[in-house]
Design a protein around this ligand. Sequence first.
Ligand SMILES: [Mg+2]
Length: 133
Amino acid sequence: MKFLPLGKKLTIAIDIDGTVADSSGIDFNKADDNPNELMKAVPRAGAVKAVQKLHDQGHTIVFHTARGNDCKKVTARWLKKHGFPFHHLECEKFVAHVYIDDRAVNGCDWKKVMQEVRKPTLPGRIARQKCQI
Ligand SMILES: [Mg+2]
């Protein structure tokens, strides 16, 4: 069991691809051989400003991604290049199509979860159809 520090400030885990980064221009198959492919991502509207604000408010910013540790350096470079402040970068997030988490901003209302998982527009379902991880 890992414990978070007590206090008013939060530790906020933020996903990268699709959350702070528009990664539609990345060929993830190429990224295995050439991690610089990941530099093609562009920040999503409002993401930099929002993360900067959370950081300025004193929260601990942790980016977490399933890109893998081979991509850690280039991912850190991308975050810094675009002005995303962070305290820690975790690149070994478990890969799944759907994450259900009671600490997610969207919460864990099971009725809503079951409705969302069935939707054809579910981001994980779309990624699966496109054969993305
Ligand atoms: Mg994502």
